[in-house]
Design a protein around this ligand. Structure first.
Ligand code: EPU
Length: 325
């Protein structure tokens, strides 16, 4: 389908996606756009809407399974500096935040509103906020992904979730309109929102100045818990399934005896059963087959239908997985 007479320089064709995902599997995107500004992002969205081309946004590829047949549509990456900046609301300016002894004053400081781009690496943002003595993102330690995607799916875990600190979200709508939404308009719920086709290009987060030593220790505790219980150094998409109400998908998969179960190059992690680890040579079809096997086994064993937490991009091959996503 031709929807530009000549592709803008920030759009390429037939771009392999595996290298942009943490699972490292899957096919190509028909088109890949890396716009440099929100206006260029809006241009891409308008062009796609006009030509009826489906659009997907790739953050850091953390919570994603691209099928082997790839994506017959537009994939957008927010990699440009315009989508990766952070404005710390003045809190990072030493002359404002430090007293004469070089100590940060936080006892009676009011909350700080920071603004961060949708393409910003969540882990880096969390680390930097901790370094600055700002509390609110410690709970996100070890959760991979770009802020936009993290907000879109309301990522989090037992220590908290991103919705707790989000105050405002600036999105580009599918018809190319730039809009700012208050937190209540985002429709946050467990691992989901109502953002649908809107792309998060920036968010305002409210963080609270606190004791830097205590904040750092809490961050390290969360990180340590995850490092001990999750395969953080391996190729995974994070947790594959949502937790069923009042239970843990990892516990159910573990109890079903599926730790280490393997299909081709995809294997259930022996550290945490809600993670699938891919090895060299793995394909997306291996992962899809393993997902199907896990769902079937857990349904037979416990009568629980596990719902995918990761997004699946693709067509026919992913149908069974897609239904759950
Ligand atoms: N468990 C097992 N076997 C396993 C894994 C877990 O028995 O293989 C048990 C644990 O012993 C524990 C319970 O299940 O008693 C819960 O496990 P855990 O504390 O690891 O928490 P989780 O519910 O499995 C959630 C999030 C994680 C997040 C952690 C910690 C979901 C689906 N998962 O996991 O998020 O890192 O809490 O905050 O909400 C992610 O979203 O990608 C993710 C990994």
């Amino acid at each position: 389908m031709e929807f530009w007479s000549e592709l803008p320089e920030y759009v390429s064709e037939h771009e392999p996606l595996a290298r942009y995902t943490s699972l490292g599997v899957g096919g190509s995107a028909r088109w890949l756009a890396q716009p440099r500004t929100p206006d260029e992002l809006a241009d891409v969205l308008r062009a796609c809407a006009r030509a009826n081309v489906p659009v997907r946004v790739l953050g850091l590829g953390a919570n994603l399974l691209v099928t082997d047949e790839g994506v017959d549509g537009m994939v957008i990456r927010l990699t440009a500096p315009a989508f990766r900046g952070v404005d710390w609301g003045g809190w990072d300016a030493p002359q404002i935040a430090r007293d004469g002894r070089g100590q940060r004053q936080y006892d009676d400081a009011s909350p700080v509103r920071i603004r961060a781009g949708g393409g910003m690496d969540m882990n880096r943002l969390a680390r930097d906020s901790v370094r600055l003595g700002l509390s609110g993102l410690e709970c996100m330690a070890g959760i991979p992904g770009a802020l936009g995607g993290i907000i879109r799916m309301n990522a989090g875990g037992r220590f908290g979730e991103i919705s707790q600190v989000v105050r405002e979200v600036t999105v580009v709508t599918p018809d190319g309109e730039i809009r700012t939404l208050a937190s209540e308009q985002v429709g946050f719920r467990y691992r989901n929102t109502e953002l649908d086709g809107a792309i998060v290009c920036e968010a305002a987060l409210e963080l609270v100045p606190g004791d830097p030593v205590a904040i750092r220790q809490y961050f390290l505790d969360v990180w340590g818990y995850k490092k001990k219980t999750q395969p953080l150094a391996e190729a995974t998409a994070g947790c594959m399934f949502k937790n069923p109400p009042a239970d843990s998908a990892g516990r159910l998969i573990d109890e079903a005896g599926l730790k280490n179960y393997r299909v081709g190059g995809a294997q259930v992690s022996d550290r945490h059963a809600n993670f699938i680890v891919t090895q060299e040579g793995a394909t997306a079809s291996d992962v899809v087959a393993l997902v199907d096997h896990i769902r079937r086994t857990v349904a037979e064993r416990f009568g629980v239908d596990l719902e995918l937490e990761v997004e699946v991009w693709g067509n026919a091959e992913a149908r069974s997985a897609d239904q759950a996503a």
